[in-house]
Design a protein. Structure first.
Length: 88
């Protein structure tokens, strides 16, 4: 099964996550099929906390990829931000 999940990067006590499409059996930080974006939970100042290719994530979900709970929340968050940008 193909999943969309977070792969941890960053230093100790400074987490940074890549949002990746990967086989469910692969290790968390192992090989991936495609990188869709990133999530920085400790972003401060001018740093961007979330960057995600919403269109590609929709395509993967349509093909049967299963996002984790956290990634599903981040996708909804990115979609809302994209809609707000379009409205302005």
């Amino acid at each position: 099964m193909v999943t969309i999940r977070l792969a941890r990067a960053g230093a100790k006590k400074r987490p940074f996550y890549h949002i990746v499409v990967t086989e469910a059996k692969k290790p968390r930080d192992g090989a991936f099929i495609e990188r869709l974006g990133y999530f920085n939970p400790v972003a401060a100042g001018q740093e961007v906390p979330l960057k995600l290719d919403v269109e590609r994530s929709r395509e993967w979900i349509a093909k049967g990829a299963q996002p984790t709970e956290r990634v599903a929340h981040l996708i909804r968050q990115a979609e809302r931000a994209q809609q707000q940008e379009a409205a302005q």
